[in-house]
Design a protein around this ligand. Structure first.
Ligand code: SF4
Ligand code: SF4
Length: 230
């Protein structure tokens, strides 16, 4: 997975900053993504699939709170037109996850498959891409069958509460960066099991104020377990 060192934009940001709607964000019917290996898909269908997947987890609710608190990752990008949105939809900005979105996918157990999917997509660059219009993928994104938007919505509400109740301005943006760093470290640590567990505990501490989110996350996992036992 390509690592980036500065704030980068997700298309979801533009989605809300620019008032773009999900209309047209459908899976390419001719070359749409499928689970079977080495499927030929279009670049645009890959972008659409990424956006739809994040949307299904409710990531856009988090963007609204983040942007309202000056955390937009599209800041100063020349491709952003005020009131219109992103003028250069690309695979790079879609694939990139900020700390909040990374945390969301980490908690629902989808982070690694998200990263594995985007590893297959060549030509990602800073705020643009050189991805070919047609490409082969061997794995698809796991989009939930039904919307799990309530999870992102709960996390967004927790973040909003944190921002309101803390004196320090920008507390959630600091938290976003800490979550990002710690989840990266957690993923990169492969040898030292004790250290890995320490980082995991740190992520737990960092997210301890996310009460609504954890309540619904527990329910999500208990519903999953019930479905599997049927
Ligand atoms: S290209 Fe720029 S405006 Fe578009 S999503 Fe990326 S950072 Fe945001
Ligand atoms: S939540 Fe993440 S993707 Fe959304 S605006 Fe903030 S930094 Fe960008």
């Amino acid at each position: 997975m390509m690592m980036r060192t500065s704030l980068r934009a997700s298309l979801l940001t533009v989605f809300y900053e620019g008032g773009l709607s999900m209309r047209g964000a459908s899976i390419d019917t001719e070359t749409g993504l499928a689970a079977e290996p080495t499927k030929l898909v279009s670049r645009i269908s890959v972008i659409d699939e990424g956006m739809l997947t994040l949307h299904a987890w409710g990531a856009d609710h988090i963007c609204k709170v983040c942007i309202a608190n000056s955390g937009s990752c599209c800041q100063d990008c020349g491709n952003l037109v005020d009131g219109v949105g992103c003028q250069l939809r690309n695979t790079s900005c879609t694939a990139w996850l900020c700390g909040f979105h990374k945390y969301l996918l980490y908690e629902v157990g989808q982070l690694e498959q998200w990263q594995a999917f985007w590893e297959q997509v060549p030509g990602q660059d800073y705020r643009k891409d050189f991805t070919p219009e047609q490409l082969h993928v061997s794995s698809a994104l796991n989009r939930p069958q039904q919307t799990m938007e309530y999870l992102g919505e709960a996390l967004a509400a927790d973040l909003q509460d944190m921002e309101r109740s803390h004196i320090a301005i920008g507390i959630i943006i600091t938290l976003r960066e800490k979550l990002d760093k710690n989840i990266d470290q957690y993923q990169l640590e492969e040898k030292d099991h004790k250290r890995k567990m320490r980082i995991k505990r740190k992520i737990k501490v960092l997210s301890s104020d996310f009460q609504r989110f954890h309540f619904l996350l527990n329910k999500y996992y208990s519903d999953l377990a019930d479905d599997r036992s049927l």
